[in-house]
Ligand binder design. Structure first.
Ligand SMILES: Nc1nc2c(ncn2[C@@H]2O[C@H](COP(=O)(O)OP(=O)(O)OP(=O)(O)O)[C@@H](O)[C@H]2O)c(=O)[nH]1
Ligand SMILES: [Mg+2]
Length: 187
């Protein structure tokens, strides 16, 4: 079974950090397939996409998950459409710093529009919300973030992606959600 999971979120929210750390951790466990592919600008900003494959067996069935990030910068908007094509599940990486609160919301709205153009409803897809940068001294309280950043009222995970905290947990949560969704769709 092949699955596609896309990490989206505001520019500098920590999407690339998540996916890099995740690759290293899954690679150590021997459940990656091929290399980590990345295209960055000079300032380490995502220019096009990062991606890798994770491949593992559950009860004799092979599951192959393609993990991608979207570029957060608004000028790269058209690329997001390509990346979202055929997506099975999403991780919304939220920047917890106070000054980014509005930007998180704008990205949510814009992502819903991008998906709509492709016949997907953001609010019906399996999603996990990750509140990243919880180490920041000005991190917005979760109670304040929830009404803005979690309209699904879905599972959320607190993370400090730079330290690897919450990264694998987020991945496990979204894969579980997608697999449950697929199992229900078969019935
Ligand atoms: N304090 C703190 N900084 C973080 C955390 N996660 C990521 N960062 C930092 O935030 C900055 C942006 O991280 P990236 O992973 O490049 O962000 P991005 O979402 O991929 O950004 P774009 O590619 O521009 O969309 C980097 O300097 C990271 O080191 C975290 O948990 N805490
Ligand atoms: Mg990036």
């Amino acid at each position: 079974m092949k699955l596609k999971v896309v990490y989206f979120g505001a520019s500098l929210a920590g999407k690339s950090t998540n996916v890099k750390v995740l690759y290293d951790k899954l690679h150590q466990k021997g459940i990656t397939k091929g290399d980590y592919i990345s295209m960055e600008t000079d300032e380490n900003r995502t220019l096009f996409v990062e991606m890798f494959l994770s491949s593992f067996n559950i009860d004799g069935q092979n599951i192959e998950v393609k993990i991608l990030t979207t570029p957060g910068q608004f000028r790269l908007h058209p690329l997001r459409k390509v990346i979202m094509k055929g997506v099975d599940g999403l991780v919304f990486v939220v920047d917890s710093s106070q000054e980014r609160e509005n930007i998180n919301f704008l990205v949510l709205r814009e992502t819903a529009a991008v998906l709509k153009e492709q016949g997907f409803d953001l609010y019906s897809l399996p999603v996990v919300v990750q509140y990243n940068k919880r180490d920041l001294p000005d991190a917005t309280p979760i109670d304040e973030l929830q009404p803005v950043c979690n309209p699904w009222d879905t599972e959320f995970i607190e993370a400090v992606a730079v330290k690897g905290e919450g990264v694998v947990e987020t991945f496990q949560a979204i894969v579980k959600k997608v697999l449950i969704e697929k199992a229900c769709a078969k019935k």
